[in-house]
Design a protein around this ligand. Structure first.
Ligand SMILES: NC(=O)C1=CN([C@@H]2O[C@H](COP(=O)(O)OP(=O)(O)OC[C@H]3O[C@@H](n4cnc5c(N)ncnc54)[C@H](OP(=O)(O)O)[C@@H]3O)[C@@H](O)[C@H]2O)C=CC1
Ligand SMILES: CC(=O)N[C@@H](CCC(=O)OP(=O)(O)O)C(=O)O
Length: 356
């Protein structure tokens, strides 16, 4: 049993998609009181102008994102563009504040500063405790490190899907990680709420569009970092995201050759994946023959996984569906926050999607 306590949570970037989604979840979280909400260009406007579905907070006026506005809370959520979150976190610390800070952006995810500089082209802000409880770390899981953590770097949404799909096979030594191929169907909310001409409905509806092709996507080093944590040596991933006309969701198809000398059929693979996630509240391997869809995970903090062996080409095929805004961002953040605060990991988090 845990002691009931109320934690005050400030959300920076509350006008955006990730900020709005964590507010949706926190409004139904029994141990949380929502404190200051901030924005940037939309400071001074009411939250209801940006998230009409969050009716209980409709009249809350967004303050400018300053360390002073975020001070005095138990928890601060940074739902800001990368670069901005590192700066705000440093300013908050300079003020002598030590809340639990969740960075939903990329600034504190990577361990290797050279990786950061190569993919983001700016100085590295530092490395925080990585917020993927299910990540395999040697003989244990990342959740052990999240208990009592004060600074949490929430993973990228594409990374979450690819990591959860491949990780059991990597941890069991079944996969050749030097030849990974990941192709993802990605919903538009992943790109954030700010106006981008190629995301206008007139451009995007009825069309599928690849982006960050040819190994340039910023999630490539983060995937490698996670799979190395799970036991891989060299990790090489061909990573291609494809925007598809849906507002939420990621369907990640990640494939790999079996490691030299390993033989496995569908049933053997399913046994490994199922055992790996048997105790996970938010990762499910579907029954044989059933494949994940994004609709099955919409609104839920659940990742759905299926595996097959394509014997003709000698590749293991994993398919993983998540809601980018829930398990891929805000839900994963609340899951890690629960661990950091000593609360049950599943508190306030939906497991079932809203399909159709
Ligand atoms: N969307 C997703 O599926 C995912 C997002 N993330 C990460 O979460 C973070 C937020 O993303 P998302 O909500 O989608 O983005 P949005 O564009 O929807 O929201 C961005 C938020 O940050 C504020 N903001 C913009 N520029 C600045 C600045 N220079 N300084 C301070 N605040 C600023 C905006 O305020 P205003 O409205 O006032 O301009 C807005 O509140 C990003 O780092 C993103 O990479 C991670 C995983 C998935
Ligand atoms: C559709 C779209 O653009 N999606 C984003 C995913 C958002 C995310 O995870 O971003 P960060 O790692 O920067 O936090 C992308 O692929 O970059």
């Amino acid at each position: 049993m845990f002691m009931h306590m109320t934690f005050t949570v400030a959300v920076a970037g509350a006008s955006g998609y990730a900020g709005g989604e964590i507010l949706r979840l926190l409004l139904d979280h029994p141990e949380v009181r929502i404190g200051t909400l901030t924005a940037h260009s939309n400071a001074g406007t009411p939250l209801g102008a940006h998230h009409p579905h969050l009716r209980a907070l409709a009249d809350r006026v967004l303050e400018p994102t300053t360390p002073q506005a975020l001070a005095g809370h138990d928890v601060v959520v940074l739902a800001l563009p990368h670069g901005a979150s590192g700066q705000v976190a440093a300013e908050l610390e300079a003020l002598g504040e030590d809340p639990v800070v969740l960075d939903l952006g990329a600034d504190h995810r990577l361990v290797d500063a050279a990786d950061w500089e190569a993919y983001y082209g700016s100085p590295h802000a530092g490395t925080w405790t990585y917020g993927l409880p299910e990540l395999v770390v040697g003989d244990t899981h990342q959740r052990a490190r999240l208990v009592d953590a004060r600074r949490i770097a929430v993973p990228g949404c594409n990374v979450t899907a690819v990591t959860l799909g491949l990780q059991p096979g990597v941890a069991a030594g079944l996969l050749d990680t030097t030849d990974l191929v990941a192709v993802l169907a990605v919903g538009y909310s992943g790109a954030g709420k700010s106006l981008k001409p190629h995301l206008l409905a007139s451009e995007a509806l009825g069309s599928a569009a690849p982006y960050a092709v040819g190994g340039t996507h910023r999630h490539v080093p983060e995937i490698a970092q996670n799979l190395r944590s799970a036991g891989a040596g060299d990790v090489r991933t061909s990573f291609t995201p494809v925007l598809v006309p849906m507002s939420r969701g990621i369907l990640a198809t990640a494939t790999a050759r079996l490691a030299p000398g390993v033989e496995a059929d569908d049933d053997a693979l399913r046994e490994v994946w199922t055992a790996a996630y048997a105790d996970e509240p938010f990762v499910e391997v579907l029954p044989a023959g059933q494949w994940p869809t994004t609709a099955m995970t919409a609104g839920a903090n659940t990742a759905l996984v299926q595996i097959a062996h394509d014997a003709r080409v000698g590749r293991v095929v994993t398919v993983t569906a998540i809601d980018n805004l829930v398990k891929g961002t805000a839900g994963g953040a609340v899951q890690s926050l629960n661990l950091a605060l000593g609360l049950p990991e599943t508190l306030g988090l939906p497991r079932n999607g809203v399909a159709p």
